[in-house]
Every structure is written in structure tokens, then in C-alpha cells.
Design a protein around this ligand. Structure first.
Ligand code: ZN
Length: 163
């Protein structure tokens, strides 16, 4: 690759996530613009990722689309020998390596943005938890409480109290 800037664009869809067995994101539609700035001993890679991913709400269990926008930068250094100063920001490649693991980086950038706790109102746009599902979930919780009440151990305790 010649020195200077090289621009690439990648379309990321469900098939992309299928390639990563442990991906938290299974479905999405994103575009990644990647700018490579090639210099003599290193490569500066700028990522601009835009689109949306499908998340599952932890409250009502609905699937919904959540916008995802991120910009990342990685510096790739080419060295003659193994060098262990690799960080999130600096990637070390052997001089003989000709491939940059773009797909792995994109996968990582997208997956680290999946929130630990997902809720329609928080990560969705203009949506709220499905009221029907919420009603169904709270009914299930209620009936499991009722089951606890008729648990024979509790029944025994109740008898003691009444005496
Ligand atoms: Zn929800």
C-alpha cells in the first residue's frame, strides 16, 4: 500500500455478526468508514461507525433497534520482531503481516458498546416498554408469590403464629 490516505467503507449486517459466535449483537445495520493513513513505519486507522443494532430489553424482553455511533482510532506499528507493548490504541503487526484485522476491530468496537442493562426507554428512540409484556411479566411474578404463600413450610409457620 502506498503512503497517504486510503478510504474504505464496510457494510455491516446480520451476516457479519454471524461470523462471531460470541457476539452480543446478533442483528444490526451499520456502515463503517475506515480511513487508513499510511506512513513509513506506522498506519493510523480511523473508524467512523454509524447505524443501529438490535438489542433485547431486560425489562420487557422486546427486541428493538438502538442507534450506535462511534469513532475509534488505532495506531498500527510495523516492527521486525515480536514486541509486547500492544494496547487498545496501539496494535503491533509484524512487518511481514499484510493484513489488518479490520473485521475483528469492528466487532470489538460494536460489542463493547452494548450496555450491561438494556431498556427500551434508554437505548431505543421514542419507544417504551411493551405494556402487554410488562403486564404479563408482573402477573407471572405475582403468581409465583402466591405459590410461595401456599408453600407448606410457610403454611406451618402461619399456624404457629395463629396459635
Ligand atoms: Zn422494554
Amino acid at each position: 500500500m502506498a503512503a497517504g490516505q486510503h478510504d474504505f467503507e464496510f457494510e455491516i449486517d446480520d451476516k457479519f455478526f454471524d461470523c462471531f459466535e460470541h457476539s452480543l449483537v446478533k442483528k444490526g445495520k451499520l456502515t463503517a468508514s475506515v480511513k487508513l493513513q499510511k506512513q513509513e513505519t506506522m498506519l493510523i486507522v480511523l473508524f467512523d461507525i454509524k447505524g443501529s443494532v438490535q438489542l433485547t430489553c431486560d425489562v420487557c424482553l422486546s427486541h428493538f433497534q438502538s442507534p450506535l455511533l462511534c469513532q475509534e482510532r488505532v495506531i498500527v506499528k510495523f516492527v521486525n520482531e515480536e514486541w509486547d507493548e500492544e494496547t487498545d490504541e496501539v496494535l503491533i503487526l509484524n512487518k511481514n503481516d499484510h493484513e489488518l484485522p479490520i473485521a475483528d476491530l469492528l466487532y470489538e468496537y460494536i460489542n463493547v458498546r452494548v450496555p450491561y442493562y438494556t431498556k427500551c426507554e434508554e437505548q431505543g428512540i421514542g419507544i417504551q416498554c411493551d405494556p402487554e409484556m410488562l403486564a404479563r411479566i408482573s402477573n407471572t411474578e405475582q403468581s409465583s408469590l402466591e405459590e410461595e404463600n401456599i408453600d407448606p413450610r410457610w403454611a406451618t409457620l402461619k399456624n404457629i403464629k395463629n396459635n
